[in-house]
Ligand binder design. Sequence first.
Ligand code: BEZ
Ligand code: FE
Length: 301
Amino acid sequence: MAAEAAEDAAGLTPAEVEERLIDTVIASFSGTPDDRLRQLMTAVVTHLHGLIRDVRLTEDEWNRAIGFLTDVGHITDDRRQEFILLSDVLGASMQTINVSNQPYRDATEATVFGPFFVDDAPLIPAGGDIAGGGVGEPCWVEGVVRDTDGAPVPGARIEVWEADEDGLYDVQHDDDRVYGRAHLFSDDDGSFRFWGLTPTPYPIPDDGPVGRLLAATGRSPMRASHLHFMVTAPGLRTLVTHIFVSGDELLTSDSVFGVKDSLIKDFAQQPAGTPTPDGRDLGDLPWSRTRFDIVLAPAGV
Ligand code: BEZ
Ligand code: FE
């Protein structure tokens, strides 16, 4: 029997052929005028070829991967962003946030943005209600925005958004309804307060290719219960984060790896009839309350 060919026609071993291709592809980007783009493309080629070689990828597997990405593209439109979802379930969104938001003194930690933020959410006054007709248990949220020197930050813009008790955001409906989102501003002493809904667990959209990936790998689409915040103020680093509900059993298995211990808050249950902080009459509804003090890092750190 003929010995297996260990070299190609040019006398190179398979490993040498593979390594020469990587060098050639990297060299093809060497004329990129933008230094950062050249650095990024070099890294993409190095890691992508590293993966292909590590797992000895078959042509069939690569074609299936391309088919999967094609499906991700096809389902994506103005309302459905499957690429963000893919980045989220791979932990890539969270890792980019880790890399981009280095810890700074006691600044509040960031977490994933998610696909459901909407610009121009309604403005509410201090103590207003973000529910906007969304159904769920009322929740009183209060806190103070400060900088890392402990000084209150007045006039910080606080965007908040959340799903209703059925686990759906307003934008997941086929009409233009708006609920569960608003913006407000911190007072002169940095304080803020509003009514929202007690967060409940919900699945990320799993009726597309990312859902199929989760099913094929035995993973759950469920997100730990949370309330989204984005806080901006001049001269300070924009904070995109959530707060999570202490005791939620999904805290250790959040489908997008967004949970950080510092963001887990007590949502204290208040039986029906408990007086509310602002005198609001909730009739026979139970409600909850939580506190989230926010610390913003300086911009550019
Ligand atoms: C969300 O929190 O709304 C979310 C985050 C990542 C993927 C899907 C949803
Ligand atoms: Fe969310």
